[in-house]
Ligand binder design. Sequence first.
Ligand SMILES: Cc1cc2nc3c(=O)[nH]c(=O)nc-3n(C[C@H](O)[C@H](O)[C@H](O)COP(=O)(O)O)c2cc1C
Length: 183
Amino acid sequence: MVKATKKIVGVGGSPRKGNSEWMLTTLCDELTRLGADVEIFLLRKMNVKMCRGCLACEKGGKNRKGDCVIKDDMAGVYPKLLAADAIVLATPGYMGMLSGMLKNFLDRTCAVWPRLESKRLAGLAVAEEDTFQTMDNLKSYGKLLKMRWVGGVKTLAKLPTDASRIPGLATSLKRLAKKITNS
Ligand SMILES: Cc1cc2nc3c(=O)[nH]c(=O)nc-3n(C[C@H](O)[C@H](O)[C@H](O)COP(=O)(O)O)c2cc1C
């Protein structure tokens, strides 16, 4: 068992209730079972506006407060990211990359990014034919922020419930959950 205080934030970056969301909830259910304190943010249900690029959030430099001039649901996410031990990003592969929804979320973390250093990062990716750079995009984010990459699970699926029927996928997700809690 892990310490009950291990905090994990999951972020779902698909505009639909589909494969990456199933992967995220399956992983997070296992993390909870292992004793972690897990919170999931599904971007499709949230009001997260586009980053305006104003860089006002940089005030304070490395100790920036986590303030964004845009007043939306990110205000509730920043404190959770700052308190997290590990962050799990789940995304469909769109045009070989991340979903626009998740990319914008990552852009909006500009308000806290220097303070995410050393936190654990894991990724989930799904695409119909090939995830191409999707997982690398997630790793690049972690590298830029000096986070510690724990691992990722990627798979191929198209229709929203396809991933849930892939043999062995739930087992891979449970294995990743264990790695995250032990990291
Ligand atoms: C805008 C868009 C772009 C996509 N681009 C790709 C792609 O480049 N390669 C691929 O294999 N599948 C691509 N797909 C298919 C999705 O990745 C696939 O349906 C996946 O299961 C979606 O995950 P989700 O159910 O979590 O939303 C694309 C789908 C959409 C809607």
